[in-house]
Design a protein around this ligand. Structure first.
Ligand code: KG4
Ligand code: ZN
Length: 332
């Protein structure tokens, strides 16, 4: 079964071809980092326009790389939410158009579900598992009992973890997207140099909050002169990152222990963070919990995870009609 997966929910234009739900024949991504970089964040209008330019070459490129033609496809999957509505509409309209013309069935995919299942592209992980989904737009904790069987445990009260990385990088003048840059810089820094505050919640809650740490870094930078900031850049990055990582690790490990689930899966762009991966492994190991994470290219937005989620929907007999619309606030 050959499935085309198309993803345009934010600022990555991505397409992939997946065979039988396990073999990735092609996975092509065009990132818009250069376009949004000067603004320090995604500009929705520009993102839609870039998707329009990129989508056909990206889909063509994926088919070519997979060595197949459109007519060989058994189905298509496309993100229809959540995300930026103008961006979502580009991928959705293209897939609906192809489906209308060719008769190839398609399904709309929930972007969050695709992130939760991305781990299965590379690893055999049995259900249930605790999934931490941390990206530029979301910070969510689920117990995943099976495909289409998700128990919401908690989420962020304000900013997403990736958003905090991006905003702190912008304050420090490091560039966009900030997560990867801070991750790199922090490797040469002392994570104990500055004690940034960690948000605290009731013992049994699985909530997150990242606006406080963002403000704390802002105040810290305001007190320093430019030379201090340049000299201590790596220490600031490492100390900030350590605080974010602590706030992500603790609820995830606690959820695994309290739900007697001996597995944690990381997903979303922030799951590419080297310190998060190491710290989660370390803290979970103490409680006898295994930790799994996708390769960085499957943590950030990609077409392969969309194809995989779509594969499961199509296998269950789901088909979408041409009334399906983009849903910017789609939940799981
Ligand atoms: O999943 P994703 O590609 O897009 C969304 O659905 O949001 O995640 C992008 C986010 C950005 O905020 C980016 O800064 C962050 O993931 N990110 C990282 C790393 N790589 C990407 N954050 C921390 N460390 C990284 N290595
Ligand atoms: Zn995403």
């Amino acid at each position: 079964m050959l499935i085309l997966g198309v993803e345009t929910s934010c600022d990555d234009t991505a397409a992939a071809v997946l065979q039988d739900g396990r073999t990735i024949l092609a996975n092509v991504v065009s990132s818009q980092d250069q376009v949004h970089g000067p603004f320090g964040g995604v500009v929705p209008e520009l993102a839609s326009r870039q998707h329009i330019q990129n989508i056909l070459p990206i889909v063509d490129g994926a088919l070519q790389k997979a060595g197949i033609k459109l007519a060989d496809l058994d189905g298509m999957a496309v993100t229809y939410g959540p995300g930026l509505v103008g961006s979502l509409l580009v991928g959705l309209s293209l897939v609906k158009g192809i489906s209308f013309r060719s008769g190839i069935p398609y399904v709309g995919v929930n972007h969050l579900e695709a992130h939760l299942l991305a781990i299965h592209l590379e690893h055999e992980v049995v259900f249930p598992y605790i999934a931490l989904l941390a990206s530029g737009g979301h910070t969510l904790l689920y117990r995943v009992d099976g495909v289409a069987d998700y128990l919401f445990l908690g989420g962020t009260r304000d900013d997403a973890a990736g958003e905090a990385f991006d905003k702190v990088a912008k304050m420090m003048g490091l560039g966009y997207p900030g997560g990867r840059i801070i991750d790199q810089l922090a490797r040469n820094g002392d994570a104990k140099a500055i004690r940034f505050p960690r948000a605290r919640f009731l013992k049994n809650s699985y909530e997150f909050s990242f606006s406080g740490i963002k403000t704390a870094v802002w105040h810290y930078l305001k007190e320093c002169d430019r030379q201090d900031i340049e000299r201590c850049q790596a220490d600031i990055a490492a100390s900030f990152q350590e605080a974010v990582v602590d706030m992500l690790v603790q609820p995830a490990v606690r959820a695994a222990v309290q739900h007697s689930v001996p597995r944690i899966v990381l997903s979303g762009g922030v799951a590419a963070n080297s310190r998060l991966r190491a710290s989660m492994k370390e803290k979970a190991a103490g409680a006898g919990i295994d930790v799994f994470y996708p390769a960085p290219k499957f943590c950030t937005d990609n077409g392969a995870m969309i194809a995989l989620a779509g594969y499961h929907s199509l296998q269950r007999g789901r088909r979408d009609d041409f009334q399906l619309n983009a849903d910017a606030d789609l939940t799981l």
